[in-house]
Design a protein around this ligand. Sequence first.
Ligand code: IPM
Ligand code: MN
Length: 357
Amino acid sequence: MTKNIAVIKGDGIGPEIIEEAVKILNAVGEKFGHGFNYTYVLMGGIAIDETGDPLPKETVEKCLSSDSVLLGAVGGPKWDKGEGSKRPEAGLLGIRSALKLFANIRPAKLLKPLASACPLKTEITDKGLDLVIVRELIGGAYFGEKRTYTDEKGHKTASDLMKYSDYEIERICRVAFEMAKKRRNKVTSIDKANVLDSSRLWREVSHKIASEYPEVGFSDMLVDNAAMQLVRDPAQFDVIVTENLFGDILSDEASMITGSLGMIPSASLGEGTLGLYEPIHGSAPDIAGQNKANPIAAILSAAMMLRYGFDMAEEADTVEKAVDRALDEGFRTGDIMSEGKRLVSCSEMGDKIASFI
Ligand code: IPM
Ligand code: MN
């Protein structure tokens, strides 16, 4: 099979980790007889530098005409002073929205060989940690009306409107319930319905969708409690569904309890098969260009592309097993390093994993 992949390396460690993900895709292509063609496009800080725009039109067009999009990370201190629309992050939000990718799937799983990198006590992790966060990606405060203005008393004031419509909640809840059916049949919907109107609508609509899935266990949880439960008893979660900002915050928390932010991939999906696959971590400017970054989240994102984008389950399993094996054999990048293990660089980790494909 031939697939066309638009690749956005982005900023910071983006180019390094993407190089390793492409290495793995090529190894998969060779083993299984697929042709993966890559079209490199600009987004984020580098796109601002080269074109003045964090999301050039050409990038959107090339992504829309590809089978899938692979993304590294965007952002960095160099561009931090720009106004909202001229920041690298505006490129990321813009591409998610232009491709109508409303569902962001973020699996957090504690891999056995990384148990010692997990900051939680073993009596907590012994119960297992294998959950998926289904984050709404193109609504809420990220995309609601934004204003910075001076109020009538002369105070500088800013607001971001957290807005949701019923159809946006419905479609993301359906993704969560479908996912739960393929897992452990449990959905926890996370909101702040004791304070926010948008959450009360979220609750109303999520209950309606839940009634269409009587075979799936369903409960609500307030987001502050959820943040606490994630470190107190993460084994209680199977599929978490939540709005954009809560999902952003909780997924960083969930990643840390699996050992490192450098381990968690994500898939952003819409109605069709075109998806965007990216690690959940940022561009880590402090270690950029030093060949130190952990490429595993990017590699596992490529595995998600194979699974969800190209319907290549066996190929995806092969990548995930190769990652497990590299960890089993003791290879570690700095972020997941522990005593007695072998410290490797970003590219060495990629080489090891590629050799196990
Ligand atoms: C993420 C990131 C982005 C987000 C940033 C870079 C805009 O933190 O993918 O989680 O907040 O969605
Ligand atoms: Mn985030």
